[in-house]
Ligand binder design. Structure first.
Ligand SMILES: Cc1cc2nc3c(=O)[nH]c(=O)nc-3n(C[C@H](O)[C@H](O)[C@H](O)COP(=O)(O)OP(=O)(O)OC[C@H]3O[C@@H](n4cnc5c(N)ncnc54)[C@H](O)[C@@H]3O)c2cc1C
Ligand SMILES: NC(=O)c1ccc[n+]([C@@H]2O[C@H](COP(=O)([O-])OP(=O)(O)OC[C@H]3O[C@@H](n4cnc5c(N)ncnc54)[C@H](OP(=O)(O)O)[C@@H]3O)[C@@H](O)[C@H]2O)c1
Length: 458
């Protein structure tokens, strides 16, 4: 193996950055250089386009990634989409290893009648829209209804519930997209009902996020005490400490007297939507009550009973998880919605694909917080380093133009790391007068233009 190892990382979210950081510092005497590409001109993946705008502290993790990006042997190619602007073969011909870190951007359908009606949305769309992701900037949300229903009991459901009830004064000091602040300002929503198909002890919320709901200004959190205890009757041998604390937090909510706040978040368990009703758009949700039954693996599952209810609602957001999309030419495990891999080594039917690796949500599926991707990336990087030592990686073809030259000839508007820093300064400058962390750009063309402008200021 040569002492200089060239690695391409596809995707600049937490997983890509943790992998790049581990590779740059963990290869001993070998000099590793990293070329990271992302389909957007802006880095950080879901830290920029997923994390809720009212959680600015969480986004400070980007300082760690900035240190990696400042490394002399790191280059960023923003606005470059794998499969569209560059192919698997072109990367394989130029690098010793390719690490896929493309996340899981797609949504999951509920598979029930009426799901396609106007007013029924995947949370992925709403999240992308309020976070100014350029793919979602033109979506047309209608908040003229008094009640919204959110399906799912994970942290995304809670993010989305908060965003629907945050008072304008709190929203307008965040980096929420301007177009979203404008529309949410006029929202008529007064009640958000969050539906969990299983019980309170099976919810995927984490404790601080669930507790935070109860601290929102002018919002009552409503949990029916009798229903809560009924839902807790089926013993769950698999219940974790986080779930136990969730149950205590929920009991605290159930014991609260409503204050008569202007807005309410209602948490209901053991309920699944079975149909969205409406003529041109969603007008109501037909739900069924569930009971919990143990599956063959001992895990409690929801089983529908005969009891149905109908809830009037003009907006339904399904927060039931994300799903990975295949990358052209890269082996995909359709049942899991991930790139087919073993411990981070990409596999096809014949075995490992030399020099190809995967990290983050597209490796293990759409679960885990930002920090989870650090350990996960380490597992993959250990495989990369082991394979480099054993000479089991790719052999770059001599004499080929490098990625920068290839892209310059083919694809105008590639944004390098300096270009991103101009966008960053520009956005922060736009936010400053109103005391906001930034006002995000939402148009790709504008981003590319700012990136190319010397100075990047207004
Ligand atoms: C709504 C939401 C809120 C969250 N909030 C929190 C939170 O508050 N705290 C917390 O700890 N965790 C949070 N998480 C979890 C956290 O965001 C994830 O663990 C993490 O982002 C996964 O990292 P990743 O790098 O695998 O994927 P991503 O962050 O999705 O990054 C993938 C990157 O790949 C790029 N990409 C995709 N396809 C291509 C392609 N074909 N070519 C080039 N580039 C491509 C994308 O543009 C993106 O930049 C949240 C998740 C969601 C969905
Ligand atoms: N603040 C934060 O730290 C933060 C914020 C957002 C996201 N995140 C993290 O990002 C990851 C993804 O979050 P997520 O909320 O998308 O996923 P998640 O934690 O996996 O939760 C998904 C929820 O959807 C439910 N669900 C799945 N299919 C369903 C269906 N067909 N009908 C009804 N309900 C269904 C699941 O119920 P079952 O359990 O019954 O399957 C579960 O309650 C998580 O690890 C999360 O912690 C963190």
């Amino acid at each position: 193996m040569p002492d200089e190892v060239r690695i391409a990382v596809v995707g600049s979210g937490p997983a890509g950055f943790y992998a790049a950081g581990h590779l740059l510092t963990g290869a001993g005497d070998r000099e590793v250089s990293i070329d990271m590409l992302d389909r957007l001109p802006t880095p950080w993946g879901l830290v920029r386009s997923g994390v809720a705008p009212d959680h600015p502290k969480i986004k400070s993790v980007t300082r760690i990634f900035e240190k990696t990006a400042a490394h002399a042997r790191f280059r960023f190619f923003g606005g470059v989409e794998f499969g569209r602007d560059v192919t698997r073969e072109e990367l394989a011909a130029r690098y010793h290893a390719v690490v896929y870190a493309t996340g899981t951007a797609a949504d999951r359908p509920m598979g029930i009648p009426g799901e396609q009606l106007a007013g029924s949305w995947p949370a992925t769309d709403f999240v992308g829209w309020y976070n100014a992701h350029p793919d979602y900037a033109d979506l047309d949300f209608d908040f003229s209804t008094e009640r919204a229903v959110i399906v799912g009991n994970g942290n995304v459901a809670l993010d989305v519930a908060r965003m629907l009830v945050l008072p304008e004064a709190e929203l307008s000091i965040t980096d929420t997209a301007d177009h979203a602040i404008e529309v949410l300002r006029e929202s008529a929503i007064r009640e958000v009902v969050v539906l969990g198909r299983r019980g309170p002890a099976q919810a995927a919320f984490t404790n601080p996020e669930l507790r935070e709901l109860g601290e929102l200004a002018d919002v009552d959190v409503v949990v029916d005490a009798e229903e809560l205890e009924h839902a807790l009757r089926t013993p769950d041998p698999g219940v974790e400490p986080t779930a136990r604390r969730n149950v205590e937090i929920l009991r605290g909510y159930a014991a609260r007297e409503p204050t008569g706040a202007f807005k309410r978040i209602v948490l209901q368990f053991l309920r699944s939507p079975v149909e969205l009703l409406g003529v041109d758009r969603v007008e109501a949700v037909r739900t069924v009550r569930n009971e919990l039954v143990a599956g063959a693996d001992g895990r409690l599952r929801a089983r529908a009973t005969e009891i149905e209810e109908t809830l009037q609602a003009g907006l339904v957001l399904r927060a039931i998880g994300y799903r990975g999309v295949p990358l052209p030419g890269v082996p995909f495990d359709d049942s899991r919605g991930t790139i087919a891999n073993q411990h981070g080594r990409v596999h096809d039917a014949a075995g490992p694909c030399p020099g190809e690796y995967v990290v983050g949500w597209i490796k293990r599926g759409p679960s885990g917080v930002i920090g989870t991707n650090k350990k996960d990336a380490q597992e993959t990087v250990n495989c990369v380093l082991e394979d480099i030592e054993a000479g089991r990686v790719l052999e770059p073809h001599p004499g080929l133009p490098d990625l920068g030259t290839l892209l310059a000839a083919r694809h105008p508007g590639v944004v390098d790391y300096e270009g991103w820093k101009r966008i960053d300064r520009h956005e922060q400058g736009r936010g400053q007068p109103a005391g906001r962390p930034r006002v995000k750009l939402t148009r790709l063309g504008e981003m590319v233009q700012v990136a190319a402008t010397n100075g990047g200021e207004d």
